[in-house]
Design a protein around this ligand. Structure first.
Ligand code: SF4
Ligand code: SF4
Length: 476
């Protein structure tokens, strides 16, 4: 594998990259020190290494196109190769036990189970034009099953064993694994003769169209676009009619991968928001200064000298909280995202906080405004996910000390990758889920949970190293 990563010979040590990082508030001098530390792999003392949310913004600011974001990933990769990843990261590895998909399949209603099966079977048939079901779409399949796709609805392909086109593996810095997933994607897509591919998830288009060709030399002889853009073009051409303008105040969460394609995805989403009859309002941090929803913000915590599950959970919860709070402060009725992972995790936080803010995926806006008979299921689904995470934490506590870390497996270029959950896990998760359901319907409990969570996160933000100052998360 050849990785076309950080350009050591191009770097001028100017510090522009990390001085413009939206996550930490660094002076130019500190930013210069940081780039030097990462070049020396002095990660223990690096602010960027301990806080990077893998948002890709530093690359946009480098005048030499030296790829400083890839330098961060190369440092993640060194630790992952030396020590492996904490057991908890198994959640996003479809080839490891206790992953999200292996358990969610047992909690989904029949119609969604059938969608997943159909999309997987479709990977064995030829399709000239296809839609790639996203990694996280497989946790909320109903969201992709829309009549707005016309004939393409029968050409949705994919399942979790395609690793979301390698997006999470890349953000984790697992360079060899990302490369192997790239070869796997190439095999599967070429095998079924796809010439035009629309991805449900914007980050997967970024992987296939930019990251694989530019960083790993894996080229796809396929025209690649996003479903979001497909829907936008259909609205513009009149094929999709806006029968019920939504008349909401909407704010957009710009996800990390919207920074690819010269920032075009950010404008596609904004256009859809307006064309579906909404007023766009901006959050304090938007476009290239937007903060992470929280999912990727946990990545650096996996590479601490001593992993702490508490720290990882607080990083996730606090980042989600900051995003919901900013959206509420913008006066929006709805927070819209164009990534299914962001949609899921932001909804989870909105549910925990009992917030009135609606969390919607950009494709849902079009479904609602077109007058399609559509009902979201995500508010219930995120509690399923919570039960799955609780199962994983139980497994983590029960695991012997020598198994608290794991090394990711080799990924084969073809063949099925699917892990099923054990009978015990399924039973336990269903039990947890039914207890959660009782609590979910108890208003008193929900109000108290929301109050306790808010106070704890405010306290965490104020008295720990993640306090917000001047609009930025600062310090160590
Ligand atoms: S958080 Fe974003 S801008 Fe900051 S170092 Fe990481 S990738 Fe670069
Ligand atoms: S990576 Fe680019 S922006 Fe960062 S210090 Fe080097 S030349 Fe400057």
């Amino acid at each position: 594998m050849k990785f076309n990563g950080f350009k050591y010979d191009r770097c001028l040590y100017c510090g522009e990259c990390f001085a413009n990082c939206p996550v930490v508030n660094l002076s130019i001098d500190t930013a210069i020190e940081e780039i030097m530390k990462l070049i020396r792999h002095d990660v223990e003392n690096s602010i960027i290494f301990s806080r990077c949310t893998t948002c890709n913004v530093c690359n946009l600011y480098c005048p030499e196109d030296a790829l400083p974001y890839e330098l961060v990933l190369e440092n993640f990769n060194l630790i992952a190769e030396r020590r492996g990843l904490p057991f908890l990261a198994r959640l996003v590895f479809p080839d490891e036990p206790h992953n999200m998909w292996s358990l969610m399949k047992h909690l989904l209603p029949e119609d969604e189970k059938n969608l997943i099966k159909k999309w997987k079977i479709n990977l064995n048939n030829s399709h000239e034009t296809a839609i790639l079901a996203g990694f996280y779409t497989n946790l909320i399949p109903y969201i992709a099953d829309t009549e707005l796709l016309g004939n393409l609805r029968d050409h949705i392909i994919g399942y979790e064993g395609l690793f979301g086109s390698g997006g999470d593996m890349y953000k984790l810095g697992l360079l060899k694994k990302t490369y192997q997933v790239g070869l796997r994607m190439k095999y599967h897509l070429e095998n079924i003769g796809v010439k035009k591919l629309y991805t449900m998830m914007e980050p997967e288009a970024a992987m296939l169209k930019e990251v694989y060709p530019q960083r790993f030399g894996i080229k796809f002889d396929i025209e690649i676009d996003t479903v979001d853009n497909l829907l936008l073009q259909k609205i513009k051409s009149g094929e999709i009619k806006i029968k019920k303008p939504l008349n909401m105040r909407v704010t957009l969460h710009d996800n990390c991968c919207s920074r690819y394609f010269n920032l075009k995805p950010q404008e596609i989403s904004r256009e859809i928001i307006k064309l579906t009859g909404n007023t766009l309002v901006e959050m304090k941090h938007s476009r290239e200064k937007a903060l992470c929803c929280g999912w990727a913000a946990t990545i650096p915590t996996l590479y601490r000298k001593k992993f702490s599950i508490k720290e990882t959970l607080f990083y996730l919860l606090y980042s989600l909280y900051v995003r919901i709070k900013e959206a509420e402060e913008s006066g929006a009725d709805a927070l819209v995202t164009s990534c299914h992972a962001c949609t899921i995790f932001l909804t989870l936080m909105a549910e925990l906080l009992n917030s009135n803010l609606k969390i919607l995926h950009i494709q849902e806006l079009v479904r609602l405004a077109s007058g399609e008979d559509y009902r979201s299921r995500i508010n219930e689904r995120v509690w399923d996910l919570l039960a799955i995470v609780i199962n994983l934490v139980v497994e983590w506590i029960r695991s012997p000390s020598g198994e608290k870390y794991f090394f990711s497996k080799e990924t084969p270029p073809f063949g099925t990758i699917e892990i099923d959950a054990s009978e015990n896990e399924i039973k336990r998760t269903k039990l947890v889920r039914s207890s959660i359901e009782k609590l979910r319907k108890n208003n008193l409990f929900r109000n108290q949970l929301s109050m306790i969570l808010k106070r704890s996160l405010e306290f965490y933000g104020k008295f720990t190293n993640r306090k917000i100052e001047g609009g930025n998360l600062v310090g160590l």
